[in-house]
Design a protein. Structure first.
Ligand SMILES: Nc1ncnc2c1ncn2[C@@H]1O[C@H](COP(=O)(O)OP(=O)(O)OP(=O)(O)O)[C@@H](O)[C@H]1O
Ligand SMILES: [Mg+2]
Length: 505
C-alpha cells in the first residue's frame, strides 16, 4: 500500500525532500544546501549538476529517515525556485552554463533593448509581467548570446531550457535516456514567454528574444502524471504527478482556493499571492499577474503577486558578509536588546527593487545613521525592512483587488521570528496567522501530485488538513505605526537613481 507522497522542493538556498502522510503531516525530511556563486556584482549562479546530485541525496535521506521505499509512495511532486534558468545539451545531459538565478541582474541591457520605445510594459498585457531581469526569458537569451556555440546548438535543436522544475523532472525521468521535457503553467508564467490566456508559448516574444521554440518544454497542468521515475533509480516507476512554482505551491498548501484568499511566504525573498479565480486581473499598482495553479483539465486559476527580492537573504547577508551572528535565528535576540531601530532604516535593494516599484536603478542603503546606532539597531532595522516591504505589497494588493484583506496567512523560515511577526501584524493592522505545517511549499507540491493520482480527492482534503498554529494580532499605537512607515518610504527614496553609467559593470 502506498501511504505517502514525496515532495521535492528545489529552493534557492537548498533542496529538500519531504515525505508526507495522508493527513498532510511531515514524516521525514532530507535537506542539503548548494553553493551560491557570485562571479561579479549583480550576478548570481547555481551549479545545476550539484543541485541534481543533492536532489538524489535528499530523496535517499528522506526515504531512509521515514523508513520506507519507493513502493510506499503514491506519487512525487516537484516545487522549485522559479525563473532560475538552466540550459543543457539533450544529447550529453550537461548544462552549457551555470543556472542563472532569479536574483541575477546581468540582463538589464537585454531587457532595456527588448523594451525599446515601448518600455517595460511592452509584453505585460500578454504575459502579466513587466520586462525585468527577474524572469527567465532574457536569461536564456543571455546564455545563447554569450556562451560559445550555444546559439548554433540551440538552432540545431540540441539544447533544452527549463526552470529547475524541468531540469529536475527531466533527470528524474531518465535524462538522456528518455527524460520528459515538460513544465507546468505556473513555472511557464514566469518566463515572459507564455500567453496567459492560451497557456502556450508566444512565438513572437520567443522570436524577439531569439529563443528557438524547440528549446522550450511542453506546458502542462500543475497536477497530472508527467512520467515515471527512471529505471533502476531510487524512484523507479513512481509517478511524477505535480509541479508548482514554489510560491504557487505555498498558496496551494495554505489552501488559498477561494477568490480573495492570500498567503505571504518569508524565505530568501517574500512573495504574497492573492487568488483571483479564473479571472486574470491586470495590476495597476506594481503587482504581477500570474497563474496560481491548474488542476488537470480544470480551468486555470490566476493570482496577483507581490514579489520582494530580499528579506531572509538580508539576514543571511548580515550573517555571511558582515559576520554579525552565526545562525539566522540569532538575529532575533540581537534585535530584542533594543526597543526600537534607533532611527536606522535598511533598504535591501540588492537586485534593485521589485514590487511594487520595479526599479532596477535602486541599490541597497542603510540610512538614518548616527553615533547612537549599534548593531542591535541594525539587526532590528533588517527585520523591520521585511515588514515594511510586505506592507507596501499588501497596500498594492488591496488597491488592485478593491477589497481589504482581513488577515494574512504566512509561512516560511522567517515566520519562526516572533519579533518580526508581531511587528508585521502591527504594521499591517490585521492579524498574521501561521499554520501547523510551515513547510507549505513542499506540502502544496505533495497535494498537487497526490490529487493527480487519487491519493487525495481534491481541494477539500487540503482545506480539511489545514490547521492554525499561531496568530499575532496588531498591538501598536497608530501614530507610531504611521511615523515608522513614513520614514521607511523616505529611506526607499534614497536608494533610487543609484545605478548609472558610472556604476554599471
Ligand atoms: N529565526 C529567523 N529569523 C529571521 N530570519 C530567519 C530565521 N530563520 C530563518 N531565517 C531566514 O529565512 C530564510 C530561510 O527560510 P526558508 O527555509 O523558508 O527559505 P527557503 O525555502 O530555503 O528559501 P528558498 O526556497 O528561497 O531556498 C533564510 O534566508 C534565513 O536567513
Ligand atoms: Mg523555499
Amino acid at each position: 500500500m502506498a501511504d505517502y507522497v514525496l515532495a521535492i522542493d528545489q529552493g534557492t538556498t537548498s533542496s529538500r525532500a519531504i515525505v508526507f502522510d495522508h493527513g498532510g503531516t511531515i514524516v521525514a525530511v532530507g535537506q542539503l544546501e548548494h553553493d551560491q556563486i557570485f562571479p561579479k556584482a549583480g550576478w548570481v549562479e547555481h551549479n545545476p549538476e550539484q543541485i541534481w546530485n543533492n536532489i538524489r541525496e535528499v530523496v535517499g535521506i528522506a526515504l531512509t529517515r521515514a523508513n520506507i521505499t519507493k513502493d510506499d509512495l503514491a506519487a512525487v511532486g516537484i516545487t522549485n525556485q522559479r525563473e532560475t534558468a538552466v540550459v543543457w545539451d539533450k544529447t550529453t545531459g550537461k548544462p552549457v552554463y551555470n543556472a542563472i538565478v532569479w536574483q541575477d541582474t546581468r540582463t538589464q541591457k537585454i531587457v532595456d533593448q527588448l523594451g525599446g520605445s515601448e518600455g517595460a510594459d511592452k509584453y505585460k498585457a500578454k504575459v502579466g509581467l513587466p520586462l525585468a531581469t527577474y524572469f527567465s526569458g532574457p536569461k536564456v537569451k543571455w546564455i545563447l548570446d554569450n556562451v560559445e556555440g550555444a546559439r548554433d546548438a540551440a538552432e540545431k535543436g540540441d539544447l533544452l531550457f527549463g526552470n529547475t522544475d524541468t531540469w529536475t523532472l527531466w533527470n528524474l525521468t531518465g535524462g538522456v535516456d528518455g527524460g520528459v521535457h515538460v513544465t507546468d503553467v505556473t513555472n511557464a508564467s514566469r518566463t515572459m514567454l507564455m500567453d496567459l490566456d492560451t497557456l502556450q508559448w508566444d512565438e513572437s516574444i520567443a522570436s524577439d528574444m531569439g529563443i528557438p521554440l524547440s528549446m522550450l518544454p511542453e506546458i502542462r497542468s500543475s497536477s497530472e502524471v508527467y512520467g515515471n521515475g527512471r529505471k533502476h533509480g531510487m524512484l523507479d516507476g513512481v509517478p511524477i504527478a505535480g509541479i508548482l512554482g514554489d510560491q504557487q505551491a505555498a498558496t496551494f498548501g495554505q489552501a488559498c482556493f477561494e477568490v480573495g484568499t492570500a498567503k505571504n511566504t518569508y524565505g530568501t525573498g517574500n512573495f504574497m499571492l492573492l487568488n483571483t479565480g479564473t479571472e486574470k486581473v491586470p495590476s495597476k499598482n506594481g503587482l504581477l499577474t500570474t497563474v496560481c495553479y491548474k488542476i488537470g483539465d480544470q480551468a486555470p486559476v490566476y493570482a496577483l503577486e507581490g514579489s520582494i527580492a530580499v528579506t531572509g537573504s538580508l539576514v543571511q547577508w548580515l550573517r555571511d558578509n558582515l559576520g554579525m551572528f552565526t545562525d539566522a535565528p540569532d538575529i532575533e535576540w540581537l534585535a530584542h536588546k533594543v526597543d526600537d531601530n534607533g532611527g536606522a532604516y535598511f533598504v535591501p535593494a540588492f537586485s534593485g527593487l521589485f514590487a511594487p516599484y520595479w526599479r532596477p536603478d535602486a541599490r541597497g542603503a542603510l540610512v538614518g545613521l548616527t553615533r547612537y546606532v549599534n548593531r542591535n539597531h541594525i539587526a532590528r532595522a533588517a527585520l523591520e525592512a521585511t515588514a515594511f516591504q510586505t506592507r507596501e505589497v499588501l497596500d498594492a494588493m488591496n488597491a488592485d483587488s478593491g477589497v481589504d484583506l482581513t488577515e494574512l496567512k504566512v509561512d516560511g523560515g522567517m515566520t519562526a521570528n516572533d519579533l518580526l511577526m508581531q511587528f508585521q501584524a502591527d504594521q499591517l493592522g490585521v492579524p498574521v496567522v501561521r499554520p501547523k505545517v510551515a513547510e507549505t511549499t513542499a506540502l502544496g507540491a505533495a497535494y498537487a501530485a497526490g490529487i493527480a493520482v487519487g491519493f487525495w480527492s481534491g481541494e477539500q482534503d487540503v482545506i480539511d488538513n489545514w490547521a492554525e498554529d499561531k496568530r499575532w494580532t496588531p498591538d501598536v499605537d497608530q501614530g507610531e505605526r504611521e511615523r515608522l512607515y513614513r520614514n521607511w518610504k523616505k529611506a526607499v527614496s534614497k536608494t533610487l537613481d543609484w545605478v548609472d553609467d558610472d556604476v554599471e559593470q
